[in-house]
Design a protein around this ligand. Sequence first.
Ligand code: GAP
Length: 473
Amino acid sequence: MKRIMVRCKDKYIDMEKNTDMMEKVVSLCKRRGFVFQGSEIYGGLKGTWDFGPLGVLLNNNIKREWWKMFVEAREDMYGLDAAILMNAKVWEASGHVAGFFDPLVEDTETGERFRADHLLKDIGIDADGMSLEKIDSTIAEHGVKSPKGNALSPARQFNMMFESRIGATAGPEGTVYLRPETAQGIFVNFKNVLDSMSPKIPFGIAQVGKAFRNEIAPREFLFRVREFEQMEIEYFVKEADWETEYEKLRLDIQRWHEHIGLSSENIREYEVPEKDLAHYSKRTIDFEYNYPGKGFDELAGFAYRTDHDLKNHMKASGVSMEYIEPDGSRFVPHVLEPSFGVGRAITAILCEAYTEDEMNGEIRTYLKLPAYLAPYRVAVSPLLKNKPELVEKARAVFAALKKEFGNVAYDENGNIGKRYRRQDEIGTPACIVIDFETLGQENPELKDTVTVRNRDTGEQERVVIADLVEYLK
Ligand code: GAP
């Protein structure tokens, strides 16, 4: 974790030891319109969060940068946007109906439900891969109780897929699931992409979209929720090449985390042991982030899914999932899968960017976000809002920059110092002020120049209005 020393009332506080950093980030998110509790006015709905005006901007910036890096900048990637609702047979073939479970225990007094593996993790026991019997005996051996101190029920498997019914169909054929991963939309369209685009192996199909999991215990802000977004790639390779291609994609994932501003000391690659691998995986690396107050936990996953999915869909649907080489030889490709959760990326990015320092004798909070992720690229202000000539010029500069960047703020409330603090707190990299010098009233040489103030250093520069776009890019 980064080291931040903050002076407060003549004392220095070491933020490294300050475990309430996450609380501060969550509070900033609510206060400044990044993230709100889902259905808040009705007491909320656990495991759901709504993105406010600034959250939408940050969220879209992350997804746009991801798409640029993993799809647009490459020749071997194709985009897809599959329907969320899919034929239930997809989830039978993928193994999710039979195997997408978490171990559940209940408080025998209150009926509250908990993830048995999380209760064991809280006392330092790794329950990944444990059978239900082993979980029960471990709970008994260590006297684990519910958080309210009551006895726990025996563990049972709980399927995490949300189930619904399609149209007015009453029978089992009407069952439909909200997808728990975007990946299957890619597998079932594999043949469509082959037939329509004639890609050369190795190639990938990328998709960004919603996924739903009926988590037993949603917790820790955006970390474990019931509705979230994934950015996923299924990268199709020849079996013999999987290790070489795995290493290449691994470097691409590292570059992505660097690009979104996560420092290397806060990222750890965890090789998932064989016994803990998902039902489809032969190798998985979890990219973990050092979340404040929580420690290292999963940010993104990178699995080698072999030919498990394509083979299963080929068998269940009767449709060939084979790739045909120019010489006519055919084979079912193997798959590498980098899978990123947008919510976890947002959490990590905000924690990494959250900074407190001292400026002009005051403690200030700012988000040190890369400019391409910041909700607003720049904010524009007239020095005084009651001087029509300043306002008119400021509105003209604002309109020109907005046309160029889109995400530009106009701020004229309070004094300049307060505006700077407000923009710092939401990570706006630059603030532009239109003053009397811009109008050429005090020094004709400074006509049509503005002050640009840097978020991180607080330093100000005079920049010619005509050069602003280039300066800010
Ligand atoms: N297609 C593979 C797959 O879905 P996963 O490890 O279950 O693999 C991939 O999920 C990523 O999706 C995780 O690394 C995480 O970032 C995100 N994710 C998974 N479950 C989540 C949840 N309940 N809440 C928020 N993000 C989640």
